[in-house]
Ligand binder design. Structure first.
Ligand SMILES: C[S@@+](CC[C@H](N)C(=O)[O-])C[C@H]1O[C@@H](n2cnc3c(N)ncnc32)[C@H](O)[C@@H]1O
Length: 250
């Protein structure tokens, strides 16, 4: 797979810093690991692995073999720097999931915030095919994704968590949804786009490639997050969830 300039090359450092926002740890990661389950001895393919934030944690949690695939050269450079600093035997591959063939049959394929980069149903289908072909029978796909079913009227309610979404036009298939994120401990902001595709289109793509079961998981707050910030603090997030977990069984 050839090298491509991608938008994440320009925001790689900022995105990495945004992983320190409390909602990342107490909701995003907590929900993600809840779905991923016990990793001991498992093989795992992390698609759109970014700078390896989760990839490293999967290995630390006991996965036997972990491979990360990422389209942004800058993001994967950060992941490889971390691997060189503290080797964990993780392989990072520069590549586009839209052009990905079979690497192996994995117990798990995971991908946080990949599918929301599909701009058309055809691209979503292609991503799902790349996922499906890399899973063993009985294997699972787990993802955290933009929640396309969140009503735009509630987009500003997440400001206190360090990000908001916005859109210039009504949500139809392919509409860009802009995320504006604050870097923790600063006034600096950075932006990136996701793309709207309906939940029905997601269901169609999962079923078309052959997944037997699909389960949507509402985000959950960690007990530590409740203890530290109080239940009330998280209520706006939980009332109109901006992100969602999905689990598919092959
Ligand atoms: C929001 S970041 C998430 C990174 C990482 N999964 C995490 O949660 O920290 C989305 C990542 O998806 C990558 N990406 C987008 N489209 C991709 C594609 N077609 N193939 C591979 N990576 C892609 C971007 O470069 C970016 O690093």
């Amino acid at each position: 797979m050839g090298k491509k300039m991608t938008y994440y090359d320009s925001i790689a450092q900022q995105y990495k810093k945004s992983k320190q926002l409390p909602f990342r740890l107490h909701i995003e990661a907590y929900t993600y690991f809840h779905l991923v389950g016990n990793l001991v001895g498992k093989s795992l393919l992390d698609l759109a692995c970014g700078e390896g934030f989760y990839t490293r944690q999967f290995k630390l949690q006991g996965a036997a073999r972990v491979i990360g695939v990422e389209i942004s050269e800058k993001m994967i450079e950060l992941a490889r720097q971390e691997e060189a600093r503290e080797p964990q035997d993780i392989e990072y591959i520069l590549g586009d999931v839209l052009e990905l063939d079979k690497i192996d049959s994995f117990d798990l394929v995971v991908a946080s915030y990949l599918l929301n980069y599909a701009q058309t149903r055809e691209q979503l289908l292609k991503m799902c095919q790349s996922i499906f072909v890399n899973l063993r029978p009985g294997g699972r796909f787990v993802t955290i994704n933009n929640n396309d079913s969140q009503p735009p009227q509630s987009y500003l309610t997440t400001e206190k968590y360090g990000f908001i979404k916005s859109t210039d036009s009504p949500l139809i298939e392919g509409t860009p949804i802009q995320y504006t994120c604050t870097i923790p401990g600063s006034d600096q902001k950075f932006r990136f786009n996701n793309y709207y595709l309906s939940a029905a289109t997601y269901e169609w793509a999962f079923q078309s490639v052959g997944f037997k079961e699909v389960r949507w998981q509402k985000p959950i707050v960690s007990p530590q997050g409740v203890e530290e910030f109080g239940q009330e603090f998280w209520q706006d997030f939980l009332n109109c969830v901006p992100i969602v977990g999905i689990e598919c069984l092959k």
